[in-house]
Design a protein around this ligand. Sequence first.
Ligand SMILES: *Cc1c(COP(=O)(O)O)cnc(C)c1O
Length: 385
Amino acid sequence: MAAYLPFHVPEIDDEDIEAVVSVLRSGWLTTGSKARQFEQEFAAKVGARYAVALNSCTAALHLALEAIGLGEGDEVLVPTMTFAATAEVVTYFKAKPVLIDCLPATLNMNPDHLERAITPRTKAIIPVHFAGQPCDMTSILEVARRHNLRVIEDAAHAFPASYKGKVIGSISDCTCFSFYATKNITTGEGGMVTTDDPDWADRIRRMSLHGLSRDAWKRYTNQGSWYYEIVAPGFKYNLTDMAAALGLSQLHKADRFWKTRERYAALYAEGFRDLPEITPLVMQDDVQHAWHLYVIQLDLDRLRITRDAFIERLQQQQIGCSVHFIPLHLHPYYRSTWGYRPEDFPVASRAFKSMVSLPLYSKMMESDIHRTIAAVRELVLEARQ
Ligand SMILES: *Cc1c(COP(=O)(O)O)cnc(C)c1O
């Protein structure tokens, strides 16, 4: 029996380990020069004027909403096909997450559904670049412009990615990235906000550290003084230098990681091309897909197997799979508090029943991809109607 192929393993090499160890030896562990350097290099990489390093993408989304002045009773348009974080941050403000159904081809937010969801209380849209494929930003930004809404991208999957030649991170008001352990580059836990607006960048930085007028780096080094003022009641969301050193080291390898993901994604596409029972998500023209996830949809009408059994069988073949995501509207909180029903989001509800995320990461061997393709093919041929 072949060894277990986990759904995800981060790619950490000796250089990454050395980078973290050198911070541990340096005497300065929390936010400092490494975090600043990570911000500067990340901003340059995505073509943003400012980047603020934080301890998660959830924190990034929270502080971006804080910076644009979201308030109680406001509404924010969020795709239902996303992770908990995207919508939960809206509730931090006693504001309402207004869920939007997805497009069947890409599972990205359907821009045609935005306008009918807008009310006088709507303040912002949070598009999620599902699996790493950029959303239709032209349409989303057009709706936002027409209704004077802010756009905060949840780019947790979308690094490195671009839309019509523009790098994700340089397009809308604020863009939020994740460096969680399973993301395309990782700091264990970590995140980043990019923006071109100096006031938002300042506000996000300040609120990430208790709303203090100056951060610890400036207070405890020879560059600073002990004095600080609390200018607003903030949060504790700063990224440590240990994490930032890992982030920098990972950032330098991001393009190599991406090339491997892209190559593997192409092998999957080729491997399933002749199977009508398996539909990969549709690749749009004019985008660079970050290939965070490789999601297939099963044509359950043609198969004598459920999605859950499909995953179970791959698991028995020692192949780890997952499902991204259980749409928000199907969760107890969203059903009971906001009254969402499965039939309100027919595309996402249907997609959820048939979707499977196959393993895709740079640490996999090419033979792991071929093995996964072979296991999926065997299962389909066996379960074919
Ligand atoms: C991972 C993820 C997040 C949260 O990222 P953290 O860094 O863990 O806070 C947000 N949105 C999406 C779509 C994600 O997949």
